[in-house]
Write a protein that binds this ligand. Structure first.
Ligand SMILES: Cc1cc2nc3c(=O)[nH]c(=O)nc-3n(C[C@H](O)[C@H](O)[C@H](O)COP(=O)(O)OP(=O)(O)OC[C@H]3O[C@@H](n4cnc5c(N)ncnc54)[C@H](O)[C@@H]3O)c2cc1C
Ligand SMILES: NC(=O)c1ccc[n+]([C@@H]2O[C@H](COP(=O)([O-])OP(=O)(O)OC[C@H]3O[C@@H](n4cnc5c(N)ncnc54)[C@H](O)[C@@H]3O)[C@@H](O)[C@H]2O)c1
Length: 493
């Protein structure tokens, strides 16, 4: 923990006090899931590591993102699964108070003491406060206790995450819109919710609040939600949102927003949508605006560019991981980068000569290079149906100049699916690189519990497995994973 304040003059001027400088081998800025992981790995060759956190240790994912959003989604998904299962009595409406109470439990009521305990148990020093660079390897951490100068002898890893982007729509910022933080920590369910955006946050939170009883309208700028996914996945989510009473406006152009006594009024080109709350879900940007980056020659407000060792080119002591790099946008991929960055720092600056030599000689797909970021990033969208994909979409593969063919399969035809429900609906698709004997370069699954089906595809993409070899990976009967056999048969094996 931070040392107590030092007031050298012995007089209280009312100004924040300057504390005695602390020096560490490595300083990690940002104690989110990604920063914690990087700090832990970096300390494994004996380096002294400090982790600086300005809010809650565990970051966005634990308190305002992954965990509370999934807690809000799960009861609706379980209810819908029950409704699709013959012989199970309809569970009826959700108990909203109980759902919010479970969400509070999952976020530990926004208390990070157990995560802080873990930091201490991992041998890391936690400094609480807002960190800024004052020069190369030099920082200051501001907190209620004063101003603490901190020096990193060897390296700094930046893991300060991202923050929501509020688009410059007239009146929007003044209309007190919800960001994902407000939505995931909401104490009540608004009767009417309008969601601006058509990405992952918009689709997940529209699903959650609709299941909790809100009358939801989603304003999608394009012609379908989840524009980064295969088109059939976005279409399935669109159909499902609509089937559960969510109004989805496609091609929505938001002109202005105003809050008055009747709530929030969102003016589109040809209509006005009124709601009690407006959730802005239009993407995120790296949290680098107030980090003192200008003192080390980097531009504030921009992502921190890194190479596959997560090192900043031409700044041998500086590394960055997680959302702040703009390279990854999920916890799992950020933590993968964190493991790589931590190991690289531990090897380059620690006392283990063998590790230093191995890292210096490291190539792609070694433990010291985050190669999967270019080829095999898994993404799950916890809507109903769930959408899960890894690697390249067909379009991205063709844009990259690959010769690909696509194999699709209707999951409802599988015996395993029919056991789950006579109403099972789902679709899956592989993208195969024909120039390499049908190596799997991408896969998408849409359907109930599709999230749990993704990892086999991730293994196939990372392993660059051709379909002819996957033929020998026999899926159990009767499971939905039998789709792998059907993929092979459909492809002609
Ligand atoms: C609604 C929502 C749902 C999501 N759901 C999922 C999901 O289901 N699965 C998934 O994989 N991903 C999900 N994500 C994405 C995931 O939350 C992020 O990718 C992840 O949190 C990034 O981790 P990070 O450690 O890089 O950043 P963060 O979690 O943002 O952590 C950064 C930390 O740095 C601290 N910090 C920032 N600046 C300073 C400073 N100057 N000094 C000191 N501390 C500082 C912050 O307080 C914060 O604790 C979701 C995102 C949202 C918005
Ligand atoms: N399950 C998960 O893994 C999960 C869940 C939620 C969020 N996340 C991550 O969090 C990050 C943020 O998600 P997100 O959904 O906010 O971003 P996103 O980039 O996925 O989607 C942003 C959406 O906003 C729209 N948009 C952008 N500017 C707009 C404007 N001016 N007007 C109207 N629409 C506009 C885009 O067209 C897009 O539909 C992503 O990296 C995402 O992967 C992950």
């Amino acid at each position: 923990m931070a040392t107590g304040p030092v007031d050298p003059a012995g007089t209280d001027t009312g100004e924040p006090m300057v504390q005695a400088q602390r020096t560490f081998d490595v300083v990690v800025l940002g104690g989110g899931a990604v920063g914690e992981n990087a700090a832990d790995r970096a300390s494994r060759t004996g380096l002294q590591v400090a982790l600086v956190e300005g809010a809650l240790v565990g970051g966005e994912c634990s308190y305002w993102a992954c965990m509370p959003s999934k807690a809000l989604l799960r009861p609706g998904a379980a209810r819908d699964a029950a409704r699709r299962t013959p012989g199970v009595a309809d569970p009826g409406d959700l108990d909203v108070a109980a759902v919010l109470a479970r969400r509070d439990e999952i976020t530990n009521r926004w208390d990070d003491s157990s995560q802080a305990d873990w930091v201490a148990s991992a041998g890391l020093t936690l400094l609480r406060g807002h960190a800024r660079f004052t020069g190369p390897r030099a920082l200051v951490v501001e907190s209620d206790e004063g101003s603490l100068p901190v020096e990193a002898r060897r390296a700094v890893i930046v893991a300060t995450g991202s923050q929501p982007t509020i688009p410059p729509v007239e009146g929007l910022a003044d209309a007190r819109p919800w960001t994902s933080r407000d939505a995931t920590s909401a104490r009540h369910v608004p009767a009417r919710l309008v969601v601006l955006g058509g990405g992952v946050v918009a689709c997940e939170l529209a699903t959650a609040f609709a299941s909790l009883g809100s009358d939801v309208t989603v304003l999608v700028r394009g012609q379908r939600p989840l524009a980064g996914a295969e088109p059939f996945a976005g279409e399935a989510v669109l159909d499902s949102l609509r089937s559960r009473g969510v109004r989805v406006v496609l091609g929505a152009q938001t002109r202005s927003v105003r809050r008055d006594d009747d709530g929030v009024r969102v003016t589109l080109e040809d209509e006005v949508v009124t709601a009690d709350e407006l959730l802005v879900a239009t993407g995120r940007h790296p949290r680098t605006g107030d980090l003192g980056l200008e003192t080390i020659g980097l531009e504030p407000g921009r992502p921190i560019d890194v190479d596959d060792a997560l090192a900043v080119p031409d700044v041998p002591w500086l590394f960055a991981v997680g959302d702040v790099t703009g390279r990854t946008g999920t916890t799992h991929q950020g933590k993968y980068d964190a493991r790589v960055a931590g190991d690289v720092v531990a090897a380059r600056f620690g006392s283990d000569d063998a590790a230093r030599a191995a890292e210096a000689a490291a190539g792609p797909w070694s433990r010291y290079r985050a190669s999967a970021d270019h080829a095999a990033v898994p993404q799950v969208v916890f809507t109903d149906p769930e959408v899960a994909w890894v690697g390249l979409t067909e379009r991205a593969a063709r844009d990259a100049g690959l010769d690909v063919r696509v194999v699709s399969y209707d999951l409802a035809n599988l015996a395993g699916a029919s056991v789950i429900s006579p109403d099972y609906a789902g679709q899956a698709q592989l993208v195969l690189d024909t120039a390499r004997d049908d190596v799997v370069v991408g896969a998408t699954f849409v359907g109930p519990d599709a999230a749990e089906m993704l990892h086999a595809a991730t293994v196939a993409v990372v392993g660059e497995l051709p379909l002819s070899r996957l033929w020998h990976a026999v899926p159990s009967y009767p499971t939905v994973s039998e789709v792998w056999l059907r993929f092979a048969e459909t492809a002609g094996l």
